[in-house]
Design a protein around this ligand. Structure first.
Ligand SMILES: Cc1cc2nc3c(=O)[nH]c(=O)nc-3n(C[C@H](O)[C@H](O)[C@H](O)COP(=O)(O)O)c2cc1C
Length: 337
């Protein structure tokens, strides 16, 4: 059997294979209410029918001011839980596990209201200047991540991922390019890690299931976090009991990134080996043999696919055919699988 199609456990959650639908914002909420729509149900359930092991919902805002756009999904109030619960029922019905990516956009929020960041510095000329977060603002946002975790449990998610990548709020605290604070949340990397550390501690008060964190492992800019800094953050996360680090890159400052198959893989592999923590690989993974090579050679424990799963919702089947693997069909599709 290929290793790509072998099961893996995270705490009490067993994934039937190593294929993850990467989080992808769909900007498709109606009425700016952050609630699930029929589109979301069709979109995510199709990939569960397609036999993806773990379906990860798009960046979902823990506070309304943490949305990237007014159409983002949200989990900042109790009314948002019902739609998420119904969606999870569908995902589970087809044998996939579900995960939610809890997020706050910080200075990259494109909203009319006030936006927040560790430091009052805009992302670029076309973005608003954020308000520097007070200690009270920080405390409220940490509490919002905690409340969102409680709602994630009520909605029956199997796994939570914290979005600490792509230049959004948590990443803004981690990076010396965007965090110029002089209090306990800025300066040294120990201090820059504090916001994420406190979010993890708060989340764990409500959530005892598997907890992943997505980070940007390369900032593509002088003066940004170094590989050494990322190894330090990864070791802190390991010590806090994080189950997997999902290794992406970029987004903290405008930068040109040269992409090619596996362009984010080497740091993912280094973190896995040096820190002894499970990792997820992402970025231009499109072929079955490529995914199998990553898992087989223990360069990562899971592969996250984004755009390829937009093109082909049944990609696990495509990969199984390529790898000569027998993949069970959803019952209704047996005659055509
Ligand atoms: C439409 C779209 C929306 C995305 N939204 C998110 C998101 O909500 N959270 C996140 O961490 N990454 C997001 N990403 C990044 C993807 O998860 C993934 O890391 C990136 O597309 C590289 O993987 P790929 O080459 O398989 O597409 C998004 C990507 C796309 C194409």
């Amino acid at each position: 059997m290929t290793k790509l199609f072998s099961p893996i456990d995270f705490k009490n959650v067993s994934l039937k294979n190593r294929i993850v639908m990467a989080p992808m914002c769909m900007y498709s909420c109606r009425d700016e209410d952050g609630k699930i729509t029929p589109f979301h149900v069709t979109h995510y359930t199709s990939r569960a029918v397609g036999q993806v092991g773990l379906i990860m919902l798009e960046a979902t805002a823990v506070q309304p001011e943490g949305r990237i756009s007014p159409q983002d999904l949200g989990i900042w109030n109790d009314e948002q839980v019902e739609g998420l619960t119904d969606l999870n029922k569908q995902i589970h019905h087809y044998g996939s596990k579900s995960s939610i990516q809890l997020a706050h956009a910080g200075r990259k929020a494109q909203l009319d209201s006030t936006i927040y960041a560790p430091t009052a510095k805009a992302f670029s000329e076309s973005y608003k200047t954020p308000k520097e977060m007070s200690l009270e603002d920080i405390e409220e946002t940490i509490e919002a991540f905690k409340n969102a975790s409680k709602r994630s449990k009520q909605a029956n998610f199997d796994i939570i991922e914290l979005h600490a990548a792509h230049g959004y709020l948590i990443n803004q605290f981690l990076s010396p390019l965007t965090n110029l604070r002089e209090d306990n949340y800025g300066g040294s990397r120990e201090n820059r890690y504090r916001f994420l550390e406190e979010i993890i501690n708060a989340v764990k008060q409500e959530w005892d299931g598997p907890l992943f964190v997505r980070i940007s492992t390369d900032e593509y800019a002088d003066g940004g976090n170094s590989l050494n800094d990322f190894l330090y953050y990864a070791s802190r996360m390991r010590d806090q009991g994080i189950d997997l680090i999902d290794c992406s890159s970029g987004g903290i400052v405008p930068a040109t990134i040269s992409t090619y198959p596996g362009y984010q893989l080497s740091r993912c592999e280094t973190i896995r080996k040096e820190i002894n923590i499970q990792t997820g690989a992402v970025g231009l993974i499109t072929r079955g043999v490529q995914a199998e090579e990553i898992i087989q050679n223990e360069r990562a424990d899971l592969v996250f696919l984004a755009r390829e799963l937009l093109r082909d919702p049944y990609w696990p089947r495509t990969a199984a055919v390529e790898l000569n693997e027998k993949l069970p069909a959803p019952k209704q599709y047996e005659r055509g699988w």
